[in-house]
Design a protein around this ligand. Structure first.
Ligand code: ADP
Ligand code: MG
Ligand code: MG
Length: 212
C-alpha cells in the first residue's frame, strides 16, 4: 500500500517554498484586486522562514506530526496577514491523529489534510460560499473523503486538486463575506480569491511529490 515517509513531507514543503517564490507576484496581484495586495508577499516571507529552518525542524522533530507542527508555527509566527494563522493552523493540526509516526498511509494522509481543513474552518469561521480558501479546500476534501480510491490513490489525489481548482474558480462569482475583501461587497464579484488559489497550489506540491 502507498505510504508517505518523513522525506516525502520535507520534499513537499521545499517544493511549496519554491512554488510560492514562483507565484509570489501573481498571488499578490490577485490580492491587490480585492484585498491589500500582499498575499504572495506574506506567503513568501513565511515559506522562506520555513525553508531556512527546515533542516533544523527536521532534526528536532520526533515524528511527522511534530515536523508539520513546527512548519505551522513558523508560518503563524512570520506571516502578518490573515493567511498566517490560517495556514499555520492547517499545518499545526495536520499531525493531530498521526502522533509517533514516521510514515503514514494514504488514508492517514487524507485524514491529515482533513484535520488541516477543519483547523482553517474553526480558526477563520468561514463557510463555503464566503469567498475564502475554504471554497477550495472544502469541496476538495469532501470529494476525497467520499471517494473509494483503493488502488488509484494518486489519481484520486489528482482529482482532489482538480476539485480544489474548481472551488477556487467558483470564488470569482462570489461576494466576499470574510477577510479584507468583505469591505468591497458586490465589487468583489469578478475577482478570484487569492487564498483559494494559493491553497490548491500548496496542495499541488504534495501531488507533484507523490507523482514522481
Ligand atoms: P490579509 O488579508 O490579512 O492581507 P492575506 O492577503 O495573506 O492576508 O490572505 C488573504 C486570504 O486569506 C484571503 O484571500 C482568504 O482566502 C483568506 N482568508 C481571510 N479571512 C479568512 C477566513 N476568516 N477564513 C478563511 N480564509 C480567510
Ligand atoms: Mg492581503
Ligand atoms: Mg495584509
Amino acid at each position: 500500500t502507498l505510504t508517505f515517509n518523513r522525506d516525502f513531507f520535507k520534499r513537499s514543503i521545499t517544493n511549496m517554498a519554491e512554488l510560492i517564490e514562483k507565484e509570489r507576484n501573481y498571488l499578490t496581484k490577485l490580492d491587490s484586486d480585492i484585498g491589500d495586495g500582499d498575499h504572495g508577499i506574506n506567503l513568501s516571507i513565511g515559506f522562506r522562514e520555513v525553508s531556512n529552518k527546515l533542516s533544523e525542524f527536521d532534526e528536532s522533530a520526533a515524528d511527522i506530526a511534530s515536523l508539520m507542527k513546527k512548519v505551522g508555527m513558523a508560518l503563524l509566527g512570520k506571516v502578518g496577514g490573515a493567511s498566517g494563522p490560517l495556514y499555520g493552523s492547517f499545518f499545526m493540526k495536520m499531525g493531530a491523529n498521526v502522533a509517533g509516526k514516521d510514515e503514514v498511509t494514504f488514508d492517514e494522509f487524507v485524514g491529515m489534510i482533513e484535520n488541516g481543513v477543519d483547523a482553517v474552518q474553526s480558526r477563520g469561521k468561514a463557510e463555503v460560499g464566503d469567498k475564502t480558501m475554504l471554497d477550495a479546500f472544502k469541496p476538495g476534501i469532501d470529494f476525497l473523503k467520499e471517494e473509494d480510491y483503493t488502488g488509484k490513490e494518486i489519481e484520486a489525489f489528482g482529482q482532489f486538486i482538480e476539485k480544489m481548482k474548481e472551488g477556487a474558480e467558483s470564488t470569482v462569482s462570489l461576494v466576499a463575506k470574510k477577510g479584507r475583501a468583505l469591505r468591497l461587497g458586490e465589487r468583489s464579484v469578478g475577482h478570484k480569491d487569492p487564498g483559494s488559489e494559493s491553497s490548491w497550489m500548496l496542495m499541488n506540491a504534495f501531488y507533484e511529490e507523490m507523482s514522481k
